[in-house]
Design a protein around this ligand. Structure first.
Ligand code: SF4
Length: 252
């Protein structure tokens, strides 16, 4: 409710209203009942298991309004990238003939993923091979520069695992997609600079990611809590983990 006597600035009050509306919208969405394929490259099995089981996050670690706004802004950047690619002659498909987002579901629908796009053609001069998986991320300046400097595999291993897994699981849907390098696009959210990288299929990484998904499902079915990634609660990834208190506080 608005408090007209509040000393908060107009920005704070309007932002609070927007954040509350976004949180309410998110709360009305049907919770995910599957393990997201895009997450199988994250470092910690236990964190992934918490995520899959929809374990409540620690108090005060819920998604903030800022994070929800960043997620939505990411979709806008992706739409822009699609428009720009089409302007220069790429044929990019984001939906099946039934109007659904391209994706996969395995095994028994408990691991699922949705792809940003499928490239079926592009400018001849670039000599790329099709069909190719297209994955797009919008990154802040520091993260974008690190990706350009070190390449996707070293800079963003979670995205690299996602791409490998998606190439493998999309092969029955789009034959040939795993034989051609994926095209990774990163947009610098601060400067609008663009980065493109070809990512050859890494079958070993895809298998490892898939095996990991199965391990998390099996452990969850058996009510077994998977091990922590480290033995030190002050490890930097634990500090940012949404379940740090639960993980190290003896709850399970
Ligand atoms: S606190 Fe650390 S070890 Fe525990 S689930 Fe999170 S990342 Fe894994």
């Amino acid at each position: 409710m608005l408090d007209y006597n509040s000393s908060a600035s107009l920005s704070e009050r309007v932002t609070t209203l927007i954040d509350n509306a976004l949180a309410s919208e998110r709360d009305q969405q049907t919770p995910r009942t599957y393990l997201g394929g895009s997450r199988l490259g994250v470092s910690c099995d236990r964190a992934l298991q918490y995520e899959y089981l929809q374990t409540p996050v620690d108090l005060g670690r819920e998604f903030s309004g800022t994070i929800l706004r960043i997620f939505e802004a990411g979709h806008v950047f992706e739409d822009l990238a699609i428009r720009w690619l089409r302007m220069v002659g790429f044929e990019i498909h984001t939906e099946t003939s039934q109007g659904e987002q391209y994706g996969f579901s395995a095994p028994d629908g408990r691991i699922q993923g949705h792809v940003d796009g499928i490239l079926s053609a592009g400018p001849d001069a670039l000599k790329l091979s099709y069909p190719a998986l297209w994955e797009c991320k919008s990154l802040n300046n520091k993260s974008w520069k690190d990706t350009v400097k070190r390449g996707l595999i070293l800079s963003k291993p979670v995205y690299a695992a996602q791409i490998a897994l998606y190439q493998a699981y999309m092969e029955p849907v789009i034959p040939g997609i795993s034989q051609n390098p994926a095209i990774f696009t990163a947009i610098n959210k601060d400067t609008a600079e663009l980065y493109f990288e070809q990512i050859p299929f890494n079958g070993e990484l895809a298998q490892r990611s898939s095996d990991r998904g199965v391990r998390i499902l099996q452990a969850s079915d058996a009510h077994e809590l998977l091990p922590r990634m480290v033995n030190d609660a002050s490890y930097y990834e634990c500090k940012f983990c949404s379940w740090q208190d639960r993980c190290w506080g003896g709850h399970s």
